[in-house]
Design a protein around this ligand. Structure first.
Ligand SMILES: [Zn+2]
Length: 68
């Protein structure tokens, strides 16, 4: 009679010190993306033309930001 060995899950340790720079980068890029989707138009626009506004226009309406 064979005895089954139960697999014991070993928790994976992810040190905060290793993921912190990547987390900051992802948060920063997310905030920049959110700015361009939500507020890049009119007087507060970074770029003078409306290419960015038109590029993210569907996303703006999808996320229910006011547009026009
Ligand atoms: Zn619109």
């Amino acid at each position: 009679m064979s005895e089954a060995v139960a697999a014991v899950p070993v928790p994976v340790r992810i040190p905060v010190r290793e993921i912190l720079p990547w987390a900051v980068l992802v948060i920063l890029l997310s905030l920049i993306t959110l700015y361009f989707i939500s507020a890049e138009q009119g007087a507060v626009s970074v770029f003078a033309n409306s290419y960015v506004h038109e590029f993210v226009h569907d996303g703006r309406h999808l996320l229910a930001f006011p547009c026009h």
